[in-house]
Design a protein around this ligand. Structure first.
Ligand code: MG
Length: 461
């Protein structure tokens, strides 16, 4: 039973006691805080917010609590119902709305839900806005509307189709070329809204689709995080059906992973690498990902003559650095593709459409494409500490020990060695340090992680 309140929103488990879980009371409080912040921020007489959800079992309940709270504050709501995170992001500017809320706990299991908050551009709120909303929720500084001023809910049922239309309009997406390539693709959408969006997009591009777990009923058939250990079924089916490849998305469709024609992982980190390779081959420019993402993006960007920058972890940080550096594409190594020509948010529909067009253009097998990229391997570990330890002090000591190396302290400590890297980050919710490493072999990545763990133990003792 958990409730995590942070500047990036509120996330928790369904059921149990108020204040310790995402109960109806907590949902209303947080929705009221967002609505109150929005009214102050926009200074407009009348505000409008787009609200959508993924297919979680609790989704409808949490969405109705959220929408009714907003109209209680005099805010109009556009209810786009079952949709995806990127669909809501696209809908906000198209509807000229003042904000957006998506009800989804992303890749977390079915007992979780969350409110993801957007600004009037359909982009994630920054830390400053998040902190203000937390404060309003804390002090319950709400003023609800009089009966004549209540907001209204209007329903738009086909927003996923509108989103698909927007994706197909992109210059680098070519449905005719894809149709001519006669591709057969398996889709695993973990029984959430990607089960509607991804097959519909693929069919519009003339792809033969075989649906695996595409029933949007919220009963996740496996852990919904798109990692190798959860994807045995689709890997098997790709081989059995002799498909060209497989597509996996998380419940709110902002993370995208591919399976090659042999049933092997393309590698979540390589979704962005391949999409960037395609985009950069048509549009020269720069790229951005976060500090915990693969170095392969840097290599591919340099191959095309662009420059690569890494931001702090978190979509809002990636987006900010992308804007500062005029990046033509960016995202997160965990399968999040951000293509500014579409919008500044991770969008698996955009990623899948770019990848399909690229495959159709080069006419190679997915495994052949993967073999062209530099191979890196990651190791993801954590070290558990006692709550009395000064984690910042430990990180400072690590930084000092490696002061002759290339170091970034934008987000924890990242040390870029010539052949590999390590990224240490403290958790805001638990007494742990996350230790991510990347190297040219799995063994080297694991060994580097163990070396860092030993170093931290040395510093503590
Ligand atoms: Mg997600």
């Amino acid at each position: 039973m958990t409730l995590i309140k942070s500047i990036s929103g509120i996330r928790g488990t369904i059921g149990g006691n108020t204040g310790e879980n995402l109960t109806p009371v907590d949902t209303v409080k947080f929705a009221a805080a967002y609505g109150s912040w929005l009214k102050k921020e926009s200074k407009k007489e009348k505000n409008k917010v787009v609200v959508g959800r993924d297919a979680r079992i609790s989704g409808k309940m949490i969405q109705e609590l959220t929408m009714n709270t907003l109209i209680g504050l005099g805010i109009d709501v556009i209810d786009i119902g079952l949709s995806t995170t990127p669909t809501v992001e696209v809908a906000v500017p198209l509807e000229k709305a003042d904000g957006g809320i998506i009800l989804t706990a992303s890749h977390n299991p079915k007992q979780w839900n969350a409110l993801k908050l957007l600004n009037n551009k359909g982009e994630f709120l920054d830390g400053e806005a998040g902190a203000k909303i937390l404060q309003i929720a804390e002090t319950e500084d709400f003023e609800f509307s009089q009966v004549d001023d209540l907001g209204e809910i209007s329903v738009i049922e086909d927003y996923i189709d509108r989103h698909i239309e927007e994706v197909l309009k992109l210059k680098l997406v070519d449905p005719e070329k894809v149709e001519q390539a006669n591709l057969k693709v398996i889709v695993d959408a973990v029984n959430s809204s990607g089960g509607i969006a991804i097959p519909a997009l693929l069919k519009k591009m003339g792809v033969e689709v075989i649906e695996l777990y595409c029933e949007p009923n919220g009963h996740f058939p496996h852990n919904p995080e798109p990692l190798k250990e959860h994807l045995a079924d689709i890997c098997e089916l790709v081989k059995k059906e002799k498909a060209d490849f497989g597509i996996v998305v998380d419940p709110d469709v902002d993370r995208l992973a591919f399976i090659d024609e042999n049933g092997e992982m393309f590698g979540e980190e390589y979704t962005l690498v391949a999409c960037a390779d395609y985009v950069l081959s048509k549009t020269s420019g720069n790229t951005v990902s976060n500090l915990s993402s693969s170095r392969a993006l840097r290599d591919v960007t340099q191959k095309h003559g662009g420059s690569y920058e890494a931001s702090a972890v978190g979509e809002v940080n990636v987006v900010k650095l992308m804007k500062d550096n005029n990046a033509v594409i960016g995202g997160e190594g965990n399968g999040g593709i951000i293509y500014p020509k579409a919008h500044y948010g991770r969008d698996s529909l955009v990623g899948a459409a770019l990848f399909l067009t690229y495959l159709a253009e080069i006419g190679k097998k997915v495994s052949q494409l993967r073999a062209e990229y530099p191979s890196y391997f990651m190791s993801k570990n954590k070290i558990e500490l006692t709550p009395d330890l000064d984690v910042d002090g430990i990180l400072k000591a690590v930084e000092k020990r490696h002061s002759s190396e290339e170091i970034s302290t934008v987000d924890g400590v990242k040390i870029d060695f010539p052949e590999n890297w390590v990224h240490l980050r403290k958790s805001n919710t638990e007494p742990i340090i996350r230790i991510y490493t990347e190297a040219k072999s799995q063994q080297e990545a694991d060994e580097l992680a163990q070396k860092m763990i030993k170093e931290i133990r040395d510093i503590i003792s």
